[in-house]
Design a protein around this ligand. Sequence first.
Ligand code: VG1
Ligand code: CO
Length: 543
Amino acid sequence: METLTVETRPIAGQKPGTSGLRKKTTLFMSRHYLENFIQSTFDAIGGVAGKCLVLGGDGRYFNDRAAQVILRMAAANGAARVIIGQGAILSTPAASHLIRLNGADGGIILSASHNPGGRDGDFGVKFNMANGGPAPEAVTAAIHARTEEITSYRILGAGDADLMRIGPQMLGKMEVLVVDPVADYAALMERLFDFPKMRALFAGGFRMRFDAMCAVTGPYAAEILENRLGAAPGTVAHGAPLPDFGGMHPDPNPTWAHELMAEMMGPSAPDFGAASDGDGDRNMVVGRGIYVSPSDSLAVLAANAHLAPGYRAGLKGVARSMPTSAAADRVAARLGIASYETPTGWKFFGTLLDAGRATLCGEESFGTGSDHVREKDGLWAVLLWLNILAERKETVREIMEAHWSAFGRNYYSRHDYEALPADLGAAVMDDLRARLPGLPGQVVEGMRVETADDFSYVDPVDGSASAGQGLRVVFAGGSRLVLRLSGTGTEGATLRLYLERYVAGPEGLDQDVQEALAPLIRAAETLAAIRARSGRTGPDVIT
Ligand code: VG1
Ligand code: CO
């Protein structure tokens, strides 16, 4: 088998965003596009000669073809071994676990997460480091810089590897080890949680619905929930991963997981509902008749994690992304442990997890995880909830209400304005940023502005700095609004407006969320005028 060196030229725009490089699938399939990015990644990390990598993806259109190209490129670049999920399938948390379990040097995950799949949808590539976590900004910047100067890439002149055959095979001089995508991950979950107790819960008639949304989590959820925990067959809906996600939009929020929401709010709702996203790293949790906001979910998990065997020793600290509500901070304060506020994106949690400063991490965007891997982990969060439910023997509603009366309630919502013209999105941000210095002291919609800034972060472990991470306006009493541009979209600009208001209780803990936030919603329009300037009547998605 011959190693080919193929001449190429830099392709503009190969700049990773919040979570890897995401582009239209057809662009990724165009000549040299994937190859340039993969070679640039290999070059930026000092080559892959002699190294071991993990490879897999969420099964979306082009997943299998891209995996074959990457295998041939890894072989041509001298990699010793690639561990790949059968059929090139791996959820993001399972990939993170395999990197750590095997002491691999890193991994490549093929996913655009919640972005729609299919030929007309999106595709993505993420690079993860030896700790199993997303490449930090310094590495993604080096990859991007390399894409701007690349002149050639190396690829093996070989046929396809047989990715359905579990076990080792050779591709040139490189070993390709095909593994069951689920087995090691399921074993890890059995170590963290009290499976006998959770089995007893289901045996006692507890009913659950898990909506895998035709994305990668289906096989994981079916194996763990139905086979190992004894949940009724059919508990997992939309369980077969499909290249176009069956036309679904695997974003686990009330808008896109509307089937699950309708069932959970209906007359014959099961006890517990959950959904996950395209690559299995995010989760939505719903009780019978009650939606749990992701910020609240993080706080409840932090307050109750000690009920699960893997966390019995207690938590070292809790970290959340800046736009996530401060509910988890209140729990950390009560537990006497540290809390951290990081920029959006899981890559910022890695150093805290590695240094043993944080055990649980979470984002308002339905991402929760712990130090068991270095990615957020949708099914893990669902299992921790189940373990807590099995221990407390209360309903989700009872658990939420008890939590709010103990800690107060951080009313929270995110309003997304999707696919705005890029220049409009940038102008809204620029104009509000320019106004920030003059805002403190001003009264907007009856609320006095206390502080206003553009969030910047210095990593407490490695000292790396990240500026421009979101505009914050904080009002007296702690209510706040945050505005930032999405870094995962592939069309125009998506503005995310985050709204939060704290009510200490005991009165006012059961308000409608949007009504509780109404003054902040008005203040945001006064300050940023997104509706007026875009001509939109409201957000596209409310979570
Ligand atoms: C979004 C979320 C962010 C999350 C990221 C990747 O980013 O807001 O919290 O980490 O997606 O998640 P942005 O830049 O569009 O706001 V995933 O599951 O899509 O890998
Ligand atoms: Co995801």
